[in-house]
Design a protein around this ligand. Structure first.
Ligand code: GDP
Length: 324
């Protein structure tokens, strides 16, 4: 088999944008996506996997463009009925989205693994890429704050990221195994490159890297590993990445992201607005306008990633890569 598969490590919204761009420019079957499940939680008796669902909905072209999460053309009868019963409504679940959680929970209870369920549901929703959880075992992101430890969704949704973050831990990661599709790809001959998406490094990528065999497999892999900046200037495009960095005593900058992934990555996609920082990055840098608003933007960033990979492979690719 020729080495043509690209493995992306990703969280939800930011990372899914890049995955969509890659899905659109890569041949079918060339894209494998390892999704963070540290955000998963049990709510109303259901197993909810927010980052898997965002990735599936985005790649299946059914994501809600206004909310940034959930499904398009969604209805909210369940939520209204739940509210009238005095139920918990802080975590919004649209009717179509709810069906996903009900079906996933049913199949998990019947003994199927999260990888197999995800693969099947994604295929049913028309996703061409292969999407897999980072692990089939539970890993839960715990946010430490001055008021104590809280679960990720309590922090992110219920408290809207307001608490100061003093530390992040990934409960269960030490004992978790890498999911079979991801482990096979990392061990097998078909892999061309590993890409760390522009996701929150602390909340979305670190839970993936916290699984010891995942880290070992990534470090042992001989293919290029590159990251796309989630920071432009000193700010995140959205979400609490820069806020968390400041709270953890890290000055938000693309340079801090390169430091964060040091030892793992061999190349970095830097936003063209930050071109002046390129000379301070001691590895190949690909400059690109990384702000992804339109479909064309997503394809452009995906193409920049592949340019950087080609440059790291020592291949020449046309047009000439803008590697500094
Ligand atoms: P995540 O993928 O689940 O971590 O989802 P978020 O949407 O919360 O994004 C996390 C990180 O991705 C943040 O640091 C954002 O700045 C970054 N991000 C989101 N959209 C973009 C984008 O269009 N371009 C770049 N370069 N980063 C982005």
């Amino acid at each position: 088999m020729s080495a043509e598969r690209i493995l992306v490590l990703t969280g939800g919204i930011g990372g899914a944008k890049l995955c969509l761009g890659l899905q659109r420019i890569l041949p079918p079957a060339a894209l494998l996506i390892a999704v963070n499940t540290g955000d998963d939680f049990e709510h109303l008796g259901l197993h909810i996997s927010p980052d898997i669902d965002t990735t599936v909905y985005t790649l299946g072209a059914i994501a809600n463009p206004d909310l940034g999460w959930g499904r398009r053309d969604e209805t909210w009868s369940f939520m209204r009925a739940l509210q009238s019963l005095g139920g918990e409504t802080w975590f919004q679940l649209g009717d179509g989205d709810l069906a996903m959680h009900v079906e996933r929970t049913r199949r998990l209870a019947a003994g199927e693994g999260l990888s197999a369920i995800t693969r099947d549901l994604a295929a049913r929703l028309g996703v061409r890429a292969q999407i897999a959880p980072m692990s089939d075992q539970p890993v839960r992101t715990i946010v430490s704050t001055p008021e104590g430890n809280i679960g990720f969704q309590d922090y992110f949704v219920r408290l809207r990221c307001a608490p100061v973050v003093t530390a992040l831990t990934f409960r269960g990661a030490e004992a978790a195994e890498v999911s079979e599709p991801i482990a096979q790809a990392l061990r097998g001959p078909g892999l061309r490159a590993i890409v760390i998406a522009p996701s929150n490094p602390y909340l979305s990528v670190d839970p993936i890297l916290a699984i010891p065999p995942m880290k070992s497999l990534l470090l042992a892999s001989s293919v290029p590993v590159v990251a796309v900046t989630p920071i432009i200037g000193a700010e995140a495009v959205k979400g609490p990445t820069a806020k968390i960095m400041r709270e953890l005593g890290i000055s938000p900058s693309p340079l801090a992201i390169v430091e964060h992934y040091r030892g793992l990555i061999q190349g970095f996609v830097l936003d063209s607005r930050d071109a002046h920082l390129a000379q301070r990055i001691d590895m190949p840098v690909q400059l690109c306008d990384t702000l992804m608003r339109t479909i064309e933007d997503r394809e452009r960033v995906a193409a920049a990633v592949l340019e950087l990979v080609a440059a790291l492979e020592g291949r020449s690719s046309a047009p000439a890569p803008e590697v500094l």
